[in-house]
Ligand binder design. Structure first.
Ligand code: PEP
Ligand code: MG
Length: 591
């Protein structure tokens, strides 16, 4: 038995025979093209370009049908690559100036870009080169008149082992007999990994040489939760994994029954269970979970990757659609929290080279610097209020003056709309994110002007502990169980309740099964959870008693060390308080 460790890309366990995919290396020869035939060669290239566009249209239809609009955006990315001057202009230029065949000119152009991609440090952006290869391969296949490989021809259930899988291979996986896949290359944030997660196909990537260590027909266990490939497993290992596989199927089924049920604790307290909506395209998934509301609608996606801000009417459409679909449940729409790691290219005056962007012109600071942008969003949200139960949330509030300035702009937007004859509800609640220590400490004052609060633990932890949330060098210090975090959270909830205000928690901490008893014990009103963890967290809430969770919090508040708090939690876990809690469920990662 050989155990190979890679990067967990899509969770789940698959057991079966391996199918090793031959590397689809396309060898490109250089041919000299006589001067008189250069025009024809460019024409041939353009015909291949057109054929590739048609391929993409076809792929888009397929993705729309099987995976939905969110993933169809991948095809837009591929269209953008295809229409880049690097392909449309540079390749014909190379053909003509170097007098070479189109295949060679194309592969040279692609290699130049690949070298640029390889230098990128950020993994997410580096991984985007696979999209470039994907488009390049489609184009080359047309030039060489080669059929693209078709995984539906694999005629028995198998675990696919490949050097690399491109997004265009992955799109079709649901139509194949493939149980899971393992690749030498690839990272967690590649489109291939993202697609595998959406299709719920277990996957491990970044295994370096798995294609050399496995042969077609070998028995393989693929553990997508822990990033393991086990080749020729012992009968004991197979039995162990079969048991785990059955257990997780049972657990998924049990979780399914919780959709739409009220989240009531064992001592009869009802908790509101909300979902975080990061992109409007996820709405379908969110609705299927039947939550009590959307506790955080992050609107940044509407503003990113574009050079002009979205118009008021474009925003009205987006917010109204969400508000209508969720009605009568609440939708908390957060005005755009841009800046930090969410860089804007909106043509507005925003700094691009801040030394500490998370402490820079971000969230409410950026919006107040650009009142027109801010007011347009407020007007759009206000217009959507008639269609559902909408509340407004302000990110990154650190002082009373920011809250007052926002309220003032909000009042102006309201007056404008009323003067334009738009009907508005009498009262629209405006709340603040509590995610900066100064807001936590000033909360009693802020609550005189804020209608509710939502605790953003992702930022609150980074600012309380001085640990950059995206810096891997200090990731071990990013600790939701640090006694300071527990104390501050408890103080925030207590202060808000003393002022009779509604409290939601919307950071990733709500998706960490170990943190749920703490938040329930503090008595927050809503947990707003990422869609993927929603049902599991709900199951935990329903297995807890508020009285014992509150006792647990009182004990935790006396402790000086994170380890002691975690030990206390582990005792709770050992006592069986958290259903379905396993080693794979305990990682905490800020989003
Ligand atoms: C948070 O900070 O916890 C939060 C929910 O906001 P974001 O992750 O969007 O900064
Ligand atoms: Mg935040």
């Amino acid at each position: 038995m050989i155990v190979i460790k890679g990067v967990p890309a899509s969770p789940g366990i698959a057991i079966g025979k391996a199918y090793v995919l031959e590397d689809e290396e396309i060898i490109v020869n250089k041919t000299e093209i006589p001067k008189g035939k250069l025009r024809m060669e460019v024409k041939r290239f353009k015909a291949a370009l057109d054929a590739t566009y048609r391929d993409l249209d076809h792929a888009e239809q397929k993705v729309l049908k099987t995976l939905g609009r969110q993933h169809a955006k991948l095809i837009d990315t591929h269209r953008l690559i295809l229409s880049d001057p690097l392909i449309t202009k540079d390749v014909p230029r190379r053909i003509e100036s170097e007098q070479v065949n189109a295949e060679f000119a194309l592969s040279e152009a692609l290699e130049t870009v690949n070298q640029t991609f390889e230098k990128i440090e950020d993994e997410f952006f580096r991984e985007r080169r696979h999209d470039l290869f994907d488009v390049g391969k489609r184009l080359l296949s047309h030039l060489l008149k080669r059929e693209k490989r078709d995984l539906t021809t694999i005629d028995a259930p198998a675990i696919l082992i490949a050097r690399n899988l491109l997004p265009s291979d992955t799109i079709n996986l649901k139509e194949t007999k493939i149980l899971g896949f393992a690749t030498d290359l690839g990272g967690k944030s590649s489109h291939t990994a993202i697609l595998a997660q959406s299709m719920e196909i277990p996957a491990v990537v970044g295994l370096s040489d798995v294609t050399h260590r496995v042969k077609t027909g070998d028995t393989v266990v693929l553990d997508g939760d822990h990033g393991l490939v086990i080749v020729s497993p012992t009968p004991e290992a197979v039995t162990k994994y079969q048991k785990e596989q059955k257990k997780s199927i049972r657990e998924e089924k049990a979780l399914d029954t919780l959709r739409g049920q009220p989240a009531v604790t064992t001592d009869g307290k009802h908790f509101q269970m909300g979902v975080n909506l990061d992109v409007p395209e996820e709405l379908k998934t969110v609705l299927a979970l039947k939550p009590d509301g959307i506790g955080l609608f992050r609107t940044e996606a509407l503003f990113l990757n574009r050079t002009e801000p979205p118009s008021e009417s474009e925003q009205v459409r987006a917010y109204t659609h969400v508000a209508k679909s969720m009605a009568p449940h609440t939708v908390v729409i957060r005005v755009a929290d841009m800046g930090g790691d969410r860089l804007v290219q909106l043509g507005i005056d925003a700094p691009k080279d801040e030394a500490n962007p998370f402490m820079g012109l971000r969230g409410i600071r950026l919006l107040l610097r650009h009142p027109d942008l801010f007011k347009t969003q407020l007007r759009a949200i206000l217009r959507s209020c008639a269609y559902g139960n909408v509340r407004i949330l302000l990110p990154m509030i650190s002082s009373m003056s920011e809250l007052r300035a926002s309220r003032q702009l909000f009042a102006t937007a309201q007056q404008e709309l009323l003067a334009e004859g738009v009907e508005l509800p009498k009262k629209i609640e405006m709340g603040i994110m509590v995610e900066i220590p100064s807001a936590a400490l000033l909360l009693d004052h802020l609550l005189t002007e804020a209608d509710f609060i939502s605790i953003g633990t992702n930022d609150l932890i980074q600012y309380l502990l001085a640990v950059d949330r995206i810096n891997e060098h200090v990731a071990h210090l990013y600790d939701p169980f640090h006694p300071t975090v527990v104390r501050v959270l408890s103080q925030i909830v207590e202060t808000a309740h003393r002022h009779g205000k509604w409290v939601s928690v919307c950071g990733e901490m709500t998706s960490d099964p170990r943190a749920v008893p703490l938040l329930v014990g503090m008595g927050v009103n809503m947990l707003s959870v990422s869609p993927r963890m929603f049902l599991r967290v709900k199951q935990i809430v329903m297995s807890l008693s508020t009285a014992s969770a509150a006792q647990f919090v009182s004990k935790a508040l006396t402790l000086a060390d994170s380890e002691d708090i975690q030990r206390l939690l582990n005792d709770l876990l050992d006592a069986g308080a958290l259903p379905g809690h396993g080693p794979a469920a305990d990682g905490h990662e800020p989003s």
